[in-house]
Design a protein around this ligand. Structure first.
Ligand code: FE2
Length: 339
């Protein structure tokens, strides 16, 4: 689900609403532009609609495309809520004037301060950690201290990671720029490329499969994919999930998947209600148990699998403002030859 240069917009499930129409009222809707692409979200939208009578209409695409679309549509945009897989994009949308404060006590009380915009324009829904997976039979996890060590020559030809078009990699590099500066980030990207087992291809799940197939020994992956592999209906995928170990870098980058109400929203009250529902214990449990994400609501525990990995080491920089580093990140990827 990386940002492709093509604009590819898929109209997600359009849910119909009979009740309000039958009563002759204007239909209650909330229009969502979302980069998230999970079955769990669909399930939650349907539940929300049943509980509130508000129809959820979803347009699904990469965050960069959705933000471009919001800009192009301006005040005429039908979108009420922008949902991304990483907060860097929400910071970017905010900087472009595309979001408005939600003005919700519930959101401010539920989502911890480090996982939302202090000015209230966007809120984290879940987090996922960018971790290192390794072939249990070939790698000693004590060799995997941090992201920096992945550039060590000992990993030459052994490292697997997806393309730089991935939001997850862009966010990680933006975080390294924030934490260490551009020069260090550039050296890191070059060191990574020097260790690639192959030219980047496929998604995070494909990197894990390639480790197990012996194409490389370690891979950079988001935590929720491990949960999806281990609990897949496909026995081959379960085998792949079981063959790898998970190592948390000493400073672990978190992707904050979150959402913000658009500046041009015509259904802002409905969007606020959907946001409040998505951080409720009911919805957070679905994100945690069915999609293996870390919930933002402190009342909800991570799934047993994630809990078994222990506490996620906190990022030293917090969420920072990663949005301002995206352009530098893309330039560095390009210079390093990380396709
Ligand atoms: Fe993903």
């Amino acid at each position: 689900m990386g940002a492709s240069s093509r604009v590819f917009l898929k109209l997600g499930a359009v849910l119909c609403l009979a009740g309000a129409a039958a009563l002759g009222q204007a239909e209650q809707v909330v229009n969502v532009y979302s980069h998230r692409h999970y079955e769990t979200d669909q399930r939650l939208y349907e539940r929300f609609q049943r509980e509130t009578g508000i129809a959820v209409r979803v347009v699904q695409a990469g965050a960069a495309e959705l933000i471009e679309r919001l800009r192009a549509e301006g005040a005429r945009s039908p979108a009420d809520l922008l949902i991304t897989v990483d907060a860097g994009r929400l910071q970017r949308a905010k900087a472009l004037g595309l979001l408005q404060p939600a003005g919700s006590r519930i959101l401010e009380q539920t989502v911890p301060a480090g996982l939302r915009d202090p000015e209230g324009t966007w809120f984290g829904l879940t987090t996922r950690a960018r971790v290192i997976v390794y072939a249990k039979d070939r790698v000693d996890p004590r060799e995997l201290a941090g992201y920096e060590e992945l550039t060590d020559p000992r990993w030459r030809g052994r490292l697997l990671v997806r393309s730089s078009t991935s939001e997850y990699n862009q966010s990680l590099l933006a975080w390294l720029i924030e934490a260490r500066g551009e020069q260090a980030a550039r050296l890191w990207a070059e060191g990574m490329v020097a260790n690639f087992a192959r030219a980047p291809k496929g998604n995070d799940r494909d990197q894990v499969k390639a480790v197990v197939a012996g194409e490389g020994d370690i891979a950079l992956v988001n935590t929720y994919y491990i949960g999806l592999l281990l609990n897949s209906e496909d026995p081959e995928e379960r085998k792949v999930g079981a063959a790898v170990g998970v190592a948390f870098p000493r400073e672990t980058h978190l992707n904050i998947s979150g959402a913000g109400i658009t500046a041009s929203s015509r259904n802002a009250a409905n969007a606020r209600r959907l946001l409040e529902f998505l951080v409720s214990e009911e919805a957070q449990r679905v994100f945690a148990d069915a999609n293996y994400e870390y919930p933002v609501n402190p009342q909800v525990r991570p799934s047993a699998l994630l809990a078994s990995w222990g506490q996620v080491p906190a990022s030293p920089t917090g969420i920072g403002n990663l949005g301002k580093h995206y352009e530098a990140a893309l330039r560095i990827f390009d210079l390093a030859g990380w396709r």
